[in-house]
Design a protein around this ligand. Structure first.
Ligand code: SF4
Length: 591
């Protein structure tokens, strides 16, 4: 994209097995990433058709700085989510962003449904849609191994995306595995691939890009590189990584335990970041283009064959996955958490939705709302073997109960009862029981993600209950992140890539006009994303926060239900205003 002012997009028509390259939009208006994905969905999306309509687009977009600066390593996936049937975004790292850049595209849009289970292969001068029916039903690990053999070559800038059985079976939180240890995890992009009969995507970044001549770019690159490799903030992500937060959040009574029945527990000693590092950490690795390396790989030791034979597997871990498979399920041994993470990976599901939905199922079983005929496995907090069994049942949608649970915890709770203790904030909660601002932020946030805004850290830093200030924070913090998400930077670098530095970086590679309009860009991207949500049926005023969240006690005390409700209402109004008007009721698209 670098020197053109339109985006270069590859549109793939899966049903016809062909593609076309189009010039699209204006780089100076939408930047890339989130802004580009929203603009593409507006142009190609079927706003009022179901998520699984074959012509719904599956979009992958990078940004103008991808390939030019460190930590510009993420890809934005835009799609209509099978979880809530509205427009959604999911972000992932790995090698995909650089592979797309070196293949010469700003985005790929996949439309239609293949006649047989397929793998798309994309290079700068290559597009194939191969029949891979022999991979259908095969788990994520074996699929990856076979794909690496089938499509060897360009391994440096090659990226491999694949889904597991969960995506094939329409689980609403089926994920896309990217290069083994990164994911488009939340809100079901993997099931969109499954609905398209698309098992895998292989991207071959087989071209080079010309770097700007002169000293300005090289000097700026060096300065940014120094910054991201020397600041303590970034070193923290490399050392213990995000699991460093487990102990302090447990201490602050903000770590959800056993379906959020507690917010702190002495069992934390067994699953702290320090425990993982001491007992299981093998190495750190990184997304392509990142010198930080925050991806922590743990060693899982498994017995097989006779009593004295073992195999070793590498499993990535982070704060949120440890919350989901550890504290939320009452599992207090680090090695067992790794074993659960490995199983979720194999089946191909979002780890947070999996953990939170199984935590609800455990409490529902304890309370007698469901029985063993439903759960099949003897679910009980802390019982790892039962959860391993349940993960397979869930990913395989093996009975009516798991089929419903696989559409989201609230869907199952509406059917069986137990909505009060379904830990759902727009989607299954992330691991932050910090207070009112986070609960509202995730419930109403654009991606229902802990990364939409820093709501959890706002809770930890503020004791006041200033409604106006909190809503202003949510709007402004989201807008700042929209800017980074349009570049598309890793959000861990948000302390480094301030607006002025982004402007300098853009100007150094030729985007002078965009560099002078970053506040305008952030506002346009924020508005465009919310417009897509509301056009696809999101009504923020209809979101409810389950009773369990109002029963939470943190180190600041009990949740203030009146403040929570007032905040929810005020933020909902601001979101509607941001999108430019009232949500439109869902109706059929008129062709
Ligand atoms: S800090 Fe971590 S997630 Fe971010 S780009 Fe680097 S390795 Fe990837």
């Amino acid at each position: 994209m670098s020197n053109e002012r339109t985006f270069r997009i590859l549109i793939i028509h899966l049903n016809e097995g062909r593609g076309e390259v189009v010039s699209f939009g204006e780089c100076d208006r939408m930047g890339g990433g989130s802004g580009l994905a929203a603009a593409l969905y507006d142009a190609y999306g079927l706003h009022h058709e179901k998520a699984h309509h074959p012509d719904q687009p599956l979009i992958f977009a990078i940004g103008p700085l991808t390939g030019y600066f460190p930590l510009m390593s993420k890809v934005v996936c835009g799609f209509k989510s099978p979880y809530h049937d509205q427009y959604a975004e999911s972000h992932a790292g790995g090698r995909m962003a650089l592979a797309l850049r070196f293949a010469g595209f700003d985005a790929i849009v996949i439309r239609g449904r293949a006649a047989a289970p397929s793998c798309i292969v994309v290079g700068s001068h290559r597009l194939q849609v191969d029949d891979v029916h022999h991979l259908w039903g095969v788990n994520v690990f074996t699929t990856g191994k076979l794909l690496r053999k089938m499509y060897s070559g360009h391994s440096g800038h090659r990226s491999i995306l694949r889904i597991g059985p969960a995506g094939e079976n329409g689980i609403a939180f089926g994920s896309i595995n990217v290069d083994t240890c990164r994911h488009f995890g939340r809100l079901g992009a993997g099931s969109v691939m499954g609905g398209k009969n698309l098992k895998a995507i292989v991207l071959q970044g087989d071209e080079t890009i010309a770097l700007p001549e002169g000293k300005t770019y090289a000097k700026l690159f060096r300065a940014i590189y120094e910054d991201v490799t020397s600041t303590p903030q970034m070193r923290k992500y490399h050392d213990l990584g995000t699991p460093e937060n487990l102990l302090p959040l447990n201490e602050r009574k903000s770590l959800p335990w056993r379906n959020l029945q507690q917010t702190s527990d002495p069992g934390i000693e067994g699953i702290s970041g320090e425990r993982f590092a001491e007992e299981l950490l093998l190495r750190q690795t990184a997304c392509a283009g990142c010198p930080v390396g925050c991806i922590h790989m743990g060693m899982l030791r498994e017995r097989f064959g006779d009593e004295h034979e073992y195999q070793y597997r590498q499993v990535s871990y982070d704060y949120e996955p440890i919350f989901a498979m550890g504290s939320m399920l009452g599992v207090t041994r680090a090695g067992e958490v790794l074993a659960l993470l490995d199983e979720v990976e194999r089946v191909g599901m979002d780890v947070m939705s999996t953990g939170v939905s199984l935590a609800w199922a455990t409490e529902a079983l304890e309370k007698g709302i469901i029985g063993p005929d439903e759960t099949l496995a003897s679910l009980a907090f802390g019982k790892t073997a039962a959860y391993i069994e349940a993960i397979h049942h869930l990913g395989g949608a093996c009975n009516d109960f798991y089929r419903l649970l696989g559409q989201g915890t609230l869907v199952a709770a509406k059917h069986y009862g137990g909505e009060d203790y379904a830990c759902v904030l727009g989607q299954e909660m992330a691991g932050y029981a910090t207070g009112e601002v986070f609960f509202v932020a995730q419930s109403l946030g654009f991606r229902h993600s802990h990364l939409d805004t820093g709501g959890y850290s706002y809770d930890l830093k503020h004791d006041d209950k200033d409604l106006e200030k909190a809503v202003r924070f949510l709007i402004e913090d989201e807008r700042d992140r929209c800017l980074l998400n349009s570049m598309v930077s890793c959000l861990f670098a948000r302390g480094v890539y301030k607006t002025e530095l982004l402007a300098e970086a853009l100007a150094s590679i030729g985007y002078k006009k965009l560099a002078g309009d970053l506040e305008g860009l952030a506002a346009r991207v924020q508005e465009a994303r919310w417009q897509q949500r509301l056009k696809t049926g999101f009504d923020p005023s209809a979101i409810k926060i389950p009773k369990r969240f109002k029963e939470v006690v943190t180190s600041k005390g009990s949740i203030d239900a009146a403040y929570l409700n007032a905040l929810r209402e005020a933020y909902a109004k601001e979101i509607v205003a941001l999108a430019g008007g009232v949500p439109t009721p869902a109706k059929a698209d008129v062709s």
